[in-house]
Design a protein around this ligand. Structure first.
Ligand SMILES: [Fe+2]
Length: 291
């Protein structure tokens, strides 16, 4: 991995960019795809650390409309491109929203976004998130990725971590959409999904705000053991937030397998920062015991 290869030994303060740097599968332009490079990317996403990045100089040479069309065409090579958030385009603009007093989601804010998986409070969280950097922030806004298959063994080294993992796999947890996403009046209608935090094969569903909100709304699914396990995993993950991230360069693409890796973003001040994001859907795996 990039962080280990370039930085040597790991420590809590010296992390984290669990992303494989790959050659662009689009080196012949958007119209063609190099299948060998593309398959290597798929393998890394599904059987490796769960995130890849590559640069492609041709991507942003297109005019806006064509650029969007071709970005979507690339997304379709990865799977079913989803339209989310009530809009008409599958491309979401990740950019800071001007403050109008209403609460903001992570993608609309310029504050730090701690490690999380997206859409944890829906039955079927998207499989891949594809980010294309259009205008990086002048300072800050670095992305970080936390790979569950790569990092969980560190957590399970200690007795407390080992016990927590058992609970996180075995028990059913409530994930409630945080009320910050909507008006507080609508809380009772906000989505809530129940399931384990960890599943077989290094699969994860995790957003600490959603879990805390879930416990609040479903106290019948809360227990000291479950709360402790969730907070222990969160402490382990978020200690890496102070570490190293990568500010995506213009034209750089980051693909995260949202089922295998968590992502975060550091705070930034630049109001012009813009990433384009696509969500690629697939059927979220379930452990038999939780079906
Ligand atoms: Fe996110």
């Amino acid at each position: 991995m990039l962080n280990q290869a370039t930085l040597g030994a790991k420590s809590a303060s010296e992390t984290i960019f669990d992303v494989r740097q790959m050659p662009s599968p689009l080196s012949g332009g958007w119209e063609t795809i190099n299948n060998i490079k593309y398959q290597a990317i798929r393998h890394e996403l599904d059987a490796g650390c769960g995130a890849v990045t590559f640069r492609d100089g041709s991507i942003l040479n297109e005019r806006n409309g064509d650029r969007y069309e071709k970005f979507i065409a690339f997304g379709r090579r990865l799977g079913e491109v989803q339209i989310r958030g009530g809009g008409s385009s599958p491309i979401w603009h990740v950019e800071p929203k001007k403050s109008d007093g209403s609460p903001k989601s992570y993608s609309e804010s310029n504050d730090v976004a701690p490690f999380h998986t997206d859409a944890s409070y829906y039955p079927n969280p998207m499989k891949y998130l594809v980010f294309l950097a259009v205008r990086p922030a002048e300072i800050g806004g670095e992305n970080q990725v936390f790979s569950i298959p790569d990092r969980l063994p560190e957590f399970s080294n200690g007795a407390a971590g080992c016990a927590a993992i058992e609970v996180l796999k075995r028990e059913t947890f409530p994930f409630g959409m945080p009320p910050t996403f909507h008006n507080k009046d609508e809380q009772k209608d906000l989505p809530l999904e129940c399931g384990p935090v960890l599943l077989d094969g290094g699969i994860v569903r995790f957003q600490i705000k959603a879990l805390r909100e879930g416990f609040r709304r479903r106290p019948d699914l809360a227990s000291p053991e479950k709360i402790e396990a969730v907070e222990a995993l969160n402490d382990f993950i978020q200690q890496h937030l102070n570490g190293r991230g990568v500010r995506l360069g213009r034209g750089q693409i980051l693909i995260v397998n949202n089922w295998r890796a968590l992502h975060s973003r550091k705070a930034f001040n630049d109001p012009n920062r813009l990433l384009l994001r696509l969500s690629i859907a697939d059927t979220f795996p379930t452990n038999t015991a939780h079906r």
